[in-house]
Design a protein around this ligand. Structure first.
Ligand SMILES: *[C@@H]1O[C@H](CO)[C@@H](O)[C@H](O)[C@H]1NC(C)=O
Ligand SMILES: *[C@@H]1O[C@H](CO)[C@@H](O)[C@H](O)[C@H]1NC(C)=O
Length: 185
């Protein structure tokens, strides 16, 4: 009798912890995104919560963990976008101007992959000022890539959504660090 009671208790405790853990993670994401969206016009609340919730939840819900998730999302996005640009460049009938823009974007995103590695190292060792500079340069890269297409009338950027995602995810990462930097732990 005793063993079964204690194992039932253990299971209940485990479930309670699990449920509690995932709700507090969700709350943290919602609260953080609410703050970011209020303070930063570049951040959309729904984009923020959807992005962070889609990533595998860490069991220790903390703002620092959300930062790690946002860094990972940026890295995946940047890597994936570079791959997509490479595919686009294989097109035979590309307009020469578009090809030139894509080449520029390819370089920008190639550099961005290296920059992201540095940024993650900086973040993991709490060198937030360095990580800040690096993430800002990722945002510049996405903007520069997008602007290239927009400089010529009638040209439609095939990368708008990608560039937007990279830009907004970076804005989220900057906001996480802004809050972490004001704490002294
Ligand atoms: C890029 O970011 C968006 C927005 O968070 C996400 O939905 C998408 O899955 C990411 N792409 C990759 C390849 O990680
Ligand atoms: C990209 O972002 C700009 C500015 O926030 C917005 O006007 C545009 O609709 C977005 N485009 C896409 C495809 O997400």
């Amino acid at each position: 009798m005793r063993p079964s009671i204690s194992s039932a208790l253990l299971i209940t405790l485990f479930l309670l912890c699990f449920i509690h853990g995932s709700t507090s993670q969700e709350n943290l994401i919602r609260e953080s995104c609410r703050t970011f969206a209020k303070d930063d016009p570049n951040i959309n609340f729904n984009f923020c919560t959807t992005s962070l919730q889609a990533a595998p939840a860490s069991h220790c819900a903390a703002l620092r963990g959300l930062g790690t998730i946002s860094f990972r999302l940026i890295r995946y996005n940047v890597t994936d976008t570079r791959c997509m640009i490479r595919q686009l460049l294989k097109g035979k009938k590309l307009d020469p101007y578009v090809r030139q823009c894509l080449n520029d974007c390819f370089e920008l995103y190639s550099d961005a992959i290296d920059t992201m590695k540095q940024a993650m190292k900086a973040y993991n060792t709490k060198r937030f000022a360095d990580a800040n500079i690096e993430i800002s340069s990722i945002m510049d890269a996405a903007t520069t890539c997008e602007d290239g297409f927009n400089e010529r009338k009638g040209v439609v950027s095939p990368l708008t959504k990608r560039n937007n995602n990279t830009f907004e995810l970076s804005a989220i990462a900057l906001n996480v660090m802004r809050i972490l930097q004001t704490r002294s732990d």
